[in-house]
Design a protein around this ligand. Structure first.
Ligand code: GDG
Length: 574
């Protein structure tokens, strides 16, 4: 059976991702329309939604005029359990295109050459993460679980922790730099803890009550709760409490104690040798270290993260986590999956069957290889095209007998590297088709657009092989989707060893996409493999894909987060 959530019904889960899973549009009459998107994360979290009270916080994709926000917010919350984080278009652009996609994305995928570091983008990244933290800290209550998604929000755990409990020295510093903590005093914290405006009460000079300690020494110099200079009223603590216990008291008074924070990275985490290129390498690591649980797709990514913490921060790590500032951040691997039944059942739909038959007629007597990728330089599309070219050169008997249907979904078109890639792929497709094509036949059918789910399913089912040639890829769900659509044909899965999926999908033909010759050989092998071998491969693959589903991923991460206390696993705690 599928894994069960171990949380109680009233456990609250707050998922935070850069983009809300809802698209908002406004019609001519000024009325707003909302459409739920069906991304991988949406289905991955469906399991958690069933049994927990669930809320999603994220950027709604565009700025909404102030006057309309109240009504938009209400509908988002009532109908979709969503809470928006508004960012100006300029801030959103610098955060998303600027820092996330022009710095972290290339670096995490071993493309330091594509990395464009710009101090203004770093500032925007911090500012946007701060905006997210403000909304999350406003929404969360004592006992909540907050699950932060992906590389767009790596400072959020630290900022959030410093806001809800005064923990994280680095978080306090960043908040101060961003102008959120004024003159070393966090007005919000003071106001929340004391129920009054800071600086209102008259200080008793030289107050040294017996048996109490002052909040002042909770943090070191410049900490958030330094009120001496401001003359605020000081909270009193029983003697002998550790800093950690005092912070817990502050959090309790604020009603935000025991909040667990999880983080999951959907991309690879690179080797520390690549990671250390990042000018803000310390800040990003510190940003996630305030989590209770940090998850990666593969064991290698987790290991790279831990060794970066050792090399860059000088921290001692355990195989399953790190102790940092009095709490323990557990690190683990949680390979994501898909909901295979969506494809299995989708295939039964009349619309899909009709389309599949039409495509089968169109490609009669011809084998079909399918490629489905966002048009991204990590997907190795040029390598794929080169390999096809070499294959057709060495096996001219296949010319006219095999086509590559390559779907390239437009992506991040505002980023220069993506424009260059688009031109490069256009050129290659044109050259190869020009070379091997005839009036009747073209070896590559190239689509630069996205297609509806039914069309995608029909194409997956049609194809005799699927070709994934990513030069780096956190996981790659296309491989999972292809396998789920192949219960009849048992097509071959040719998969890059640089995709996280290669660690799991035993039964694929693994390739190094940089090795054009062996990739061309793999295409040949995939096309000529006998039915028994294909069936036995597919059985192995499908049994994995049906067991390690998206739902299983969400549930196992959340279950683990529920078990954690934030304290080191063994030894004297506190
Ligand atoms: C990131 C990581 C990791 C694509 N075109 C169409 C379409 N798609 C859907 C596919 C698939 C998804 O987009 C792509 O997922 P991938 O996993 O292959 O890649 P990324 O977008 O790069 O995702 C990746 C993932 O996060 C999850 O952690 O696996 O490594 O890079 O679901 O089906 N869907 C439709 N029409 C299209 O034209 N309907």
């Amino acid at each position: 059976g599928s894994p069960q959530l171990e949380t109680s019904k009233d456990q609250r889960l707050i998922v935070v991702s850069n983009r809300l899973p809802v698209t908002i549009s406004k019609d001519d009459k000024g009325e707003y329309h909302f459409k739920m998107s069906s991304g991988g994360l949406v289905s991955a979290l469906s399991g958690c939604k069933k049994t927990m009270s669930f809320q999603w916080i994220g950027w709604p994709g565009k700025d909404i005029p102030m006057a309309d926000r109240e009504i938009v917010n209400k509908r988002l919350l009532d109908e979709y359990n969503c809470v928006p984080v508004y960012l100006s278009d300029e801030l959103a652009d610098r955060h998303y295109n600027g820092f996330s996609n022009s710095i972290l994305w290339p670096l995490f995928h071993y493309h330091p050459g594509e990395m464009n570091f710009d101090a203004a983008h770093w500032l925007a990244y911090r500012e946007a993460n701060m905006r997210f933290a403000e909304v999350v800290s406003h929404m969360c209550q004592s006992g909540d679980m907050v699950w932060v998604q992906d590389y767009h929000l790596m400072l959020l755990p630290m900022l959030l922790r410093s806001m809800i409990s005064g923990e994280s020295a680095q978080g306090e510093m960043v908040r101060k730099e961003l102008g959120r903590v004024k003159e070393g005093v966090d007005d919000e914290v003071v106001k929340d803890v004391l129920g009054m405006q800071p600086g209102v009460a008259t200080p008793v000079d030289g107050e040294t009550d017996e048996g109490v300690e002052m909040l002042d020494d909770v943090e070191e110099e410049g900490g958030p709760l330094k009120m001496k200079e401001r003359g605020g009223k000081r909270p009193h603590f029983p003697r002998g409490l550790s800093t950690f216990q005092k912070q817990e008291m502050v959090a309790k008074e604020k009603g935000k104690d025991g909040i667990r924070i999880g983080f999951f990275l959907h991309t690879p985490f690179p080797s520390s040798e690549i990671y250390r290129v990042l000018p803000v390498r310390r800040e990003i690591l510190l940003g996630v270290l305030q989590c209770d649980l940090i998850g990666f797709h593969t064991y290698d990514y987790a290991r790279h993260f831990l060794s970066s913490c050792t090399r860059i921060l000088g921290l001692q790590t355990q195989p399953n986590g790190i102790e940092f500032e009095g709490r323990y951040a557990q690190v683990g691997t949680y390979p994501i999956g898909i909901e295979p039944m969506q494809f299995v059942e989708g295939l039964q739909k009349e619309k899909v069957q009709t389309r599949l038959q039409a495509l089968e007629n169109r490609f009669k007597g011809c084998k079909v290889i399918i490629g489905v990728d966002r048009l991204d330089y990590i997907k190795g599309i040029p390598q794929k095209l080169h390999a096809l070219e070499v294959f057709l050169t060495q096996h001219p008997e296949w010319i006219g007998k095999v086509v590559l249907v390559q779907l390239a979904i437009p992506s991040r078109q505002d980023v220069e590297e993506y424009q260059n890639l688009r031109a490069c792929v256009n050129e290659l497709v044109g050259r190869i088709n020009g070379r091997f094509g005839t009036v009747e036949f073209m070896p590559i059918h190239y689509l630069h657009k996205s297609v509806p789910f039914e069309e995608l399913t029909a194409m997956y089912a049609l194809a005799d092989a699927c070709l994934v040639t990513s030069t780096r890829d956190g996981m790659n769900l296309v491989a999972y989707e292809y396998i789920s659509s192949q219960s009849k044909r048992h097509g071959s899965m040719v998969l890059s060893e640089f995709a996280g999926a290669a660690q799991s999908l035993n039964g694929s033909i693994l390739i190094n996409p940089w090795d054009v010759q062996s990739t061309a050989d793999a295409i040949h092998l995939a096309l000529e493999m006998g039915p028994e071998q294909r069936e036995s491969n597919w059985q192995k693959l499908f049994s994995y894909v049906s067991k390690y589903t998206a739902e299983a991923w969400g549930v196992s991460f959340v279950n683990e987060l529920t078990r954690l206390s934030g304290l080191p696993p063994a030894g004297p705690a506190g």
